[in-house]
Design a protein around this ligand. Structure first.
Ligand code: PMP
Length: 421
């Protein structure tokens, strides 16, 4: 089978590089190869290209260019946001910070937090409802005088569930203002001790294609994302950090990125990231997505809805785990009862269709997805799950092909398993 004929429905794992992005990156592999830290012509040319990308990205996120830190991706951005904040606070003498997050975060949030827990940081993992959505009231209730960070993802990578991040950002801002007022009422001598910060971070990796990510309008203090989920290159990403947020580097040496992320900049990657962001247009300041984001949403949602309707109609005993009314437009996450997700994945792969059993990072492990378990889904049902994530190049014919091959695959696999139709 040629790669061309293969049907790809795993855009949450990664997206193909857009042609325009590839074109923009091309000169920076060879002709314009300079190191932006060099003072000579080649270095200055590279720096100019990085600066242009930085400005473009800052415009999209409605922040200052100096608030954009280039990283190797969302994993590093998440680690830097969490560990860098705690490191900075410890350097200032705050010994007992607390972090509030949700039970459905990506492992690049959960694992750094668990590491910090071992070092004495208190962590709260807010639960989600049956739709996999965090309740802002639970976040509000958990915030206390020790809390320094609330981190809740924008869109869940497995189910596509859209989280109320603007509401959470707003309530974090309010709690910070309340804390500040209280601090002002302290006796002057007491006030020499610095005020404990409280910031809101969101992992927007799965949201950037479709939703408004303006830092001001959404009350984001920190935000992470990766280039390869937005038709940009792999191995490059961003941490947006509000200028007021104190952060310490977790990778030191070369002093790049305002001393916050040492290492020679990935110039082709950064240029590609700038080009990928440019393709997403300029979102409105009031929370509206851009024209381009709306177009992406409309085209993938149309195909996704066709897929969902077709699957639910033609296959019995299926649970849809994506809350369609409050989700990213390209996600369709199913549990085909009685059939191991891996078996469905392999059968679809043999039929020339690429899907995932959950998050790409978790596949290969035999433990059930922590996201589905947090939603109250039983372990055996969680093991039955298959995720389709539609992208901007998918077609109606490709959906029709899935609807043609999937029902007999599920029937065949069920004949080998205890649950009968
Ligand atoms: N956060 C989320 C929500 C993701 O979906 C991913 C990628 N699966 C990451 C973080 C990590 O991105 P990367 O592997 O590009 O660092």
């Amino acid at each position: 089978m040629t790669a061309k004929k293969y049907i790809y429905f795993d855009h949450s794992a990664t997206t193909p590089l857009d042609r325009e992005v590839l074109k923009a990156m091309a000169p920076f592999w060879q002709a314009d190869f300079g190191n932006p830290a060099s003072l000579h012509l080649r270095g200055r040319q590279a720096l100019e290209a990085v600066d242009i990308a930085r400005e473009r990205i800052a415009e999209f996120f409605n922040c200052q260019p100096g608030e954009i830190i280039f990283t190797s991706g969302a994993t590093e951005a998440n680690n830097l946001a969490i560990k860098g904040l705690v490191k900075n606070l410890r350097a200032q003498g705050w010994a007992d910070p607390e972090i509030i997050t949700s039970a459905i975060e990506h492992d690049s949030i959960l694992e750094p937090i668990r590491e910090l827990e071992k070092e004495g940081v208190n962590a709260v993992f807010a639960p989600v409802n049956g739709n996999g959505i965090v309740d802002p009231a639970a976040i509000r209730a958990a915030i206390n005088e020790r809390t320094v960070l609330v981190s809740v993802m924008y869109v869940n990578s497995e189910t596509g569930a859209l989280q109320p991040v603007r509401e959470i950002g707003k309530l974090v801002r309010k709690a910070r203002e309340k804390r500040h007022k209280l601090w002002l009422t302290r006796p002057l001598a007491d006030r020499e001790k610095k005020e404990r910060p409280l910031w809101f971070h969101t992992d927007a990796t799965q949201a950037v294609n479709f939703f408004n990510c303006g830092a001001q309008g959404n009350f984001f203090d920190l935000l992470s994302f990766s280039g390869h989920k937005i038709y940009g290159p792999k191995g490059v990403g961003v941490l947006y950090k509000n200028a007021k947020v104190g952060l310490s580097a977790i990778q030191t040496g070369g002093h790049q990125e305002g001393n916050l992320r040492s290492g020679t900049l990935n110039v082709p990657g950064i240029v590609g990231l700038g080009a990928a962001i440019r393709l997403l247009g300029q979102a409105g300041k009031m929370g509206e997505p851009s024209r381009e984001q709306k177009k992406n949403t409309l085209s993938v949602a149309k195909l996704r809805d066709l897929l969902v309707k077709g699957v639910l109609k033609s296959i019995p005993n299926v649970i849809l785990n994506t809350p369609l009314g409050q989700a990213a437009p390209g996600h369709a996450h199913f549990s085909f009862l009685g059939v191991e997700g891996e078996s469905t994945l392999i059968a679809l792969d043999l039929a020339g269709i690429g899907v995932s059993t959950g998050s790409a990072c978790a596949s290969g492990s035999l433990t059930a997805s922590h996201v589905l378990l947090a939603m109250g889904i039983k372990t055996e049902v969680a093991h039955n799950s298959v995720r389709f994530t539609i992208g901007k190049l998918n077609t109606r014919e490709e959906i029709n092909k899935v609807l043609q091959v999937l029902p007999p695959i599920i029937s065949r696999l069920r004949r080998m398993s205890p649950i009968k139709e």
